[in-house]
Ligand binder design. Structure first.
Ligand SMILES: NC(=O)c1ccc[n+]([C@@H]2O[C@H](COP(=O)([O-])OP(=O)(O)OC[C@H]3O[C@@H](n4cnc5c(N)ncnc54)[C@H](O)[C@@H]3O)[C@@H](O)[C@H]2O)c1
Length: 447
């Protein structure tokens, strides 16, 4: 029998589900960056009216014109979503009132002291709460520590006077994406959803099932939150393990890549990870801090993830040490050395240079008074920490030949490794990008 107090009240859950299934629900994506934009395009492609909300006027203007600004989004997908009127963008946060489904994709960085900076999520939550109407679904996609959705966002939304699970629905559903991997996109990777109540879960899974092929429900937002940071911490820890192996192999005079190749032949019990100049991007360097912070709230120390961060942070220093050794072997000091970095992006085939190990190496070399230039077709220019605009230089035989050390930082697919080996005089290859180059091996030093 229906409870007395619900008689006469609209069934927001069923009404919202009907609107979602009929694609009449309007979707607002708050934050149209690396994560928000592909999701916005995916939901528009699935037939929803989607509005991207961001305070970045440039991104909003570009999206409004149907112009793509991210490599991982297909130009024609975005252009056709905009041309069909299914995808629009605005800087007007009052539009939030009109959305049936609100997807939060704002940044979750760390503070200077490496604690979670959840101010973007909180501010967005407050803006939503001020305009929250009954029958809305809010999902958080930004990576976070276990507890943010339930312990921080819910109280903010509750200030609206609406009741979670009855009037509004709240879930956490982390983005799974592999930047640079064209086979995997926001559209075809399965998705975890954890929600506040069974009703919230019902609405949230109904929404995601319209767009994502497989939706995996977990018992709470906390489980979904920790799953996401665990996945990234797993990666950070395993990268640290192979990086540490690289440090040891260097001392033993063993080629670490040969060891990795050999171990990868084992048909069970091993998963391949490659060493490199360090970790970068938005999450691998940052997410372990979210988990470590959450652990500290319970007087618990996550030694694995902290150690992994420590080792990975050291790798640019190791690259510096190797370059110094390489220059020394030809009687050159680091001061005034001409160093050409190949790659500024943090990993192959992406245009994201934030937190990139190449950037960290560049600062280290410049602190030693070296003259550093870079080549990266994916990062034509960027502004460094001093506000200086840096530009990618063309990769010519003359430039390669003039460099005292060519330092391979990113192994983008289209790079001509043969040409680099032919024209450079000395190469430090931190990615084993030159593995198939058979000539000029004497010039190449591996990490
Ligand atoms: N980049 C990735 O591949 C990746 C992968 C998994 C998870 N994540 C997570 O996704 C979240 C977003 O990351 P991203 O890479 O998309 O960041 P991003 O910097 O590319 O994009 C964030 C966007 O949010 C906007 N923004 C900031 N504050 C806002 C506000 N208050 N209201 C509206 N817009 C606001 C910014 O202008 C920007 O356009 C983070 O929590 C990140 O950890 C990112």
């Amino acid at each position: 029998m229906q409870a007395l107090e619900t008689i006469g009240r609209p069934d927001h859950r069923e009404l919202l589900k009907q609107r979602i299934i009929a694609r009449t629900a309007r979707v607002g994506v708050i934050g149209i960056g690396f994560i928000g934009l592909p999701l916005a395009v995916a939901h528009a492609k699935a037939g929803f009216d989607v509005v991207g909300v961001d305070h970045d006027h440039i991104r909003v203007a570009q999206l409004t014109k149907g112009l793509n600004y991210l490599r991982d989004v297909r130009d024609d997908d975005l252009a056709s979503a905009v041309a069909s009127g299914k995808l629009t963008a605005t800087t007007d946060f009052d539009s939030i009132r009109d959305f049936d489904v609100i997807v939060i994709c704002v940044p979750t960085p760390v503070t200077a002291s490496k604690d979670p900076d959840t101010s973007f999520v909180r501010r967005t939550g407050e803006l939503i709460a001020a305009q929250l109407l009954p029958g809305r679904l809010i999902t958080l996609e930004s990576t976070t520590y276990p507890g943010l959705t339930e312990d921080v966002l819910r109280p903010i939304f509750d200030t609206s006077g609406l009741k979670a699970g009855e009037d509004y629905f709240l879930a956490f559903s982390p983005v799974r994406s592999d930047p640079g991997n064209v086979e995997l996109s926001a559209l075809n990777v399965n998705k975890i959803v954890g929600a506040l109540t069974p009703a919230c879960l019902d609405v949230a899974t109904t929404f995601y099932k319209q767009t994502i092929p497989e939706v995996i429900a977990v018992s709470s937002p906390k489980v979904a939150e920790i799953t996401k940071v665990f996945e990234n911490t797993f990666r950070a820890v395993n990268i640290a393990l192979v990086n540490e192996l690289a440090l040891l192999c260097d001392k033993l005079g063993i080629n670490v890549w040969e060891v990795i190749d050999a171990s990868a032949t084992k048909p069970y019990g091993i998963m391949r990870f490659d060493p490199g100049p360090g970790v970068g991007g938005h999450w691998i360097p940052l997410d372990p801090f979210y988990l470590a912070w959450a652990a500290r709230q319970h007087d618990f120390h996550l030694r694995f993830s902290e150690l992994a961060a420590e080792i990975n942070i050291l790798m640019p220093q190791f690259v510096r040490e190797k370059v110094i050794r390489q220059l020394n072997s030809s009687g050159k000091p680091m001061r005034d050395a001409n160093i050409l970095l190949i790659g500024m992006a943090y990993k192959k085939n992406v245009d994201d240079w934030q937190e990139s190990p190449a950037l960290k190496c560049m600062y280290l070399f410049e602190a030693d008074r070296a003259i550093v230039t870079y080549h990266d077709p994916h990062v034509p220019s960027f502004r460094d920490r001093n506000g200086r605009l840096r530009h990618s230089v063309p990769l010519t035989p003359e430039r390669l030949g003039a460099a005292d050390c060519v330092c391979i930082m990113t192994d983008h697919d289209e790079t001509d490794w043969d040409s680099i080996a032919t024209h450079a005089t000395s190469i430090l290859d931190s990615r084993n990008a030159t593995r198939h180059v058979e000539h000029d091996r004497e010039k190449i030093v591996l990490l």
